[in-house]
Ligand binder design. Structure first.
Ligand code: SF4
Ligand code: SF4
Ligand code: SF4
Length: 271
């Protein structure tokens, strides 16, 4: 796991005067659609438990009075401007534990597609004549800028995982990231593999944790949770090629969310 060894939290630490203090949580957003923050707000059944276990002191979408004395920071979004670099460094400086939440923050996600193109041209297309007013930089993951203690993947993050990870942090533990392929969860759900329906899916090289929700509803996985640490790219590409996908189509599948983990397809397209 990228990041550094940090003081872990223990629920109910003693504060001044012996009073039990809840760990303080801050939720922050950088370049993103803010959908992962909404997942926190949509916790519904678990929200009261969360509020009983932590004190939320900074969360722009949820509270007006915000403070900077947080112990844990949940950080959503990619880092794409000099101002965001300064802000995330300040957050890292204050938080005992920093958790990157969602594909934008953990793998670059859709935001990183712009890194595949010339930045000046992209800015011109997006902002037109006003491009010079937008100090947009190539997209970076949070861990490219500051040390990160845990990465919660997905677009958006998964509610159940959010609760599980938060509980672990409160118990003073950093959970282990998943190293099982998405196909394992697909089989657990007794899904019929999409290949049996004539649909190509890159689940064999994708990190599990979402419950294989897309294949369960007939949609191919697009790797919003990122690739496994040691994905079998060669076999994956051979399968996609055997199903008739062109090199460009294979590249699109592999980069839609993962432009920051580029795959060199040259060895597989020698002729
Ligand atoms: S990971 Fe997806 S849902 Fe979360 S902020 Fe980024 S685009 Fe939105
Ligand atoms: S549908 Fe996708 S994730 Fe599910 S078993 Fe098939 S390849 Fe794996
Ligand atoms: S199935 Fe794939 S694309 Fe869908 S949520 Fe899971 S990891 Fe993301």
């Amino acid at each position: 796991m990228p990041g550094r060894s940090r003081l872990l939290l223990q629920r109910g630490q003693e504060g001044e005067g012996g009073a039990l203090m809840k760990p303080k949580l801050g939720v922050f957003s950088f370049t993103s659609c803010e959908g992962c923050q909404l997942t926190i707000l949509n916790l519904e059944d678990q929200m009261l438990d969360l509020l009983g276990a932590v004190e939320i002191v900074n969360f722009r979408e949820a509270i007006d009075d915000r403070r900077n004395d947080y112990d844990v920071a949940f950080v959503e979004g990619s880092i794409t401007t000099p101002e965001e670099v300064e802000e995330v460094q300040a957050i890292r400086g204050r938080a005992k534990i920093l958790v990157a939440i969602g594909a934008c923050a953990t793998i670059g996600g859709i935001n990183a597609l712009k890194n595949r193109h010339d930045l000046a041209t992209t800015k011109q297309k997006v902002y037109g004549d006003g491009a010079r007013h937008f100090p947009s930089e190539p997209t970076r993951r949070v861990r490219d800028v500051v040390p990160v203690d845990y990465e919660m993947h997905g677009c958006p993050i998964d509610k159940i995982e959010l609760v599980r990870v938060t509980k672990s942090l409160l118990l003073g533990q950093i959970p282990l990231p998943s190293e099982h392929a998405l196909c394992t969860e697909c089989k657990q759900r007794v899904n019929v593999c999409l290949y049996d329906k004539g649909i190509c899916c890159i689940g064999p090289i994708v990190r599990s944790g979402c419950g294989a929700i897309c294949p369960a509803f007939g949609e191919a996985c697009v790797a919003c949770r990122g690739f496994l640490s040691h994905p079998n790219i060669a076999s994956m590409v051979e399968i996609l090629k055997s199903k008739g996908l062109s090199r460009a189509e294979v590249e699109d599948r592999l980069t839609q969310f993962n432009s920051l983990t580029p795959v060199d397809l040259s060895p597989y397209y020698l002729s």
